[in-house]
Design a binder for this molecule. Sequence first.
Ligand SMILES: C[S@@+](CC[C@H](N)C(=O)[O-])C[C@H]1O[C@@H](n2cnc3c(N)ncnc32)[C@H](O)[C@@H]1O
Length: 406
Amino acid sequence: MEHTDPTRESYEALPYERLVHRFTHPERIARTARLRGFEPAPVSTARVLELGCASGDNLVGIAYGLPEASFVGVDLSVRQIEAGQRRVADLGLENVVLRAGDLRDVDEAWGTFDYVLVHGVLSWVPEPVRLRLFEVCRERLSPEGVAFVSYNALPGWRFRRLVRDVSLAGAAGGREPRERVRLARERLALVAENVFDAASPWGRYLAARQKELENESDGEFMHEFLEEQNEAFALRDVVGWAAAAGLEYLADAQEPYVTEEPPPQVRRALEALPDEIAREELLDVLRERTLRQSLFVHAGGPARHRVDAVCGAGPRAELEITHLSRGILQSTRPRASALARLQATEGSRVTSLEHRNVTLDPLAEKVLVLLDGSRTVEEVAAACGWPVAMVEAVIEGLFGKALLEG
Ligand SMILES: C[S@@+](CC[C@H](N)C(=O)[O-])C[C@H]1O[C@@H](n2cnc3c(N)ncnc32)[C@H](O)[C@@H]1O
């Protein structure tokens, strides 16, 4: 199939940052699905496919903790896939295959999958890819399979759209991605600092976003605000595209339940709405939701019980996925996750065993790379030139962030 070259070029020039997306973890998806009365395939031996997986960091983070499950990732960007393949080889992971290609070409030769993950893709691809994406999900899903599809959500994302418009105008003269990001940042700063009415909602919003975006990497900035294609959708439209492909909306992976009782007037307004989608859309406004992470299953399956998503009548999903015992703190030769150790040699952002992004401080970074299970705490302290008690405190901190495995 003909590839969308502008998309590929932009991701090759400024690859997406290494990030894992905690709600894509099949364990969390399975727990949310079960709360809706849908019994998904066992996670420990599942087959997992990720469409638009970039360098596969998200998939690798999941695969590292599920050695009996198998994982396939596909992305248009050859450069990102090659980087991911090197990472998989360095870690010696035998349960991950990363392939460069167009997601539209994923056919029956790829087999079927219990979990299909599509994070940060739907909003970024042109309509034909968007519609095919749902067909691929349905065609590749096993009968008890669950697809995860995230997208920028309306109406909340319209606020970010304002920032995108200012950024796009600023970047207009730039030729290559880094220059465009620089120009866009300059324009945002100029506008935020000189807006005629700094006390107006517009002035305050721009100033707050501009400050926030100073901490965002060029890659994140580029793909959120300067990509040629970046759309936001209402839940109703997304559910419609999925239905046309033969999929049924199950739930959202993130905060499916509101634990606090809403005020009576909100409850009455929600109860008066005709269907679950209308209730979800009102909740989106009340929550200022800008991102949806929706789960889909084959249409026409067994009836599910609809958990009351309004007032927390259903049990809240227990979404933590590791249950590490404090006993490992007694280990004479502590061992940190090999994935995190490898990542720490390249930068301060690592993936935890709970599939979260963790930014290490310099002390933690220094200790973590030494915790390969071959050294005692005293030897680590000697290698760092620090007192043993200080190293013990750092190790305790690493345990708290789910980075210790033995
Ligand atoms: C915004 S990035 C998201 C990356 C990753 N899933 C994440 O959320 O961190 C979108 C990714 O989709 C990929 N992509 C876009 N169109 C594609 C297509 N037709 N087939 C496969 N990958 C595609 C891009 O190369 C890019 O890596």
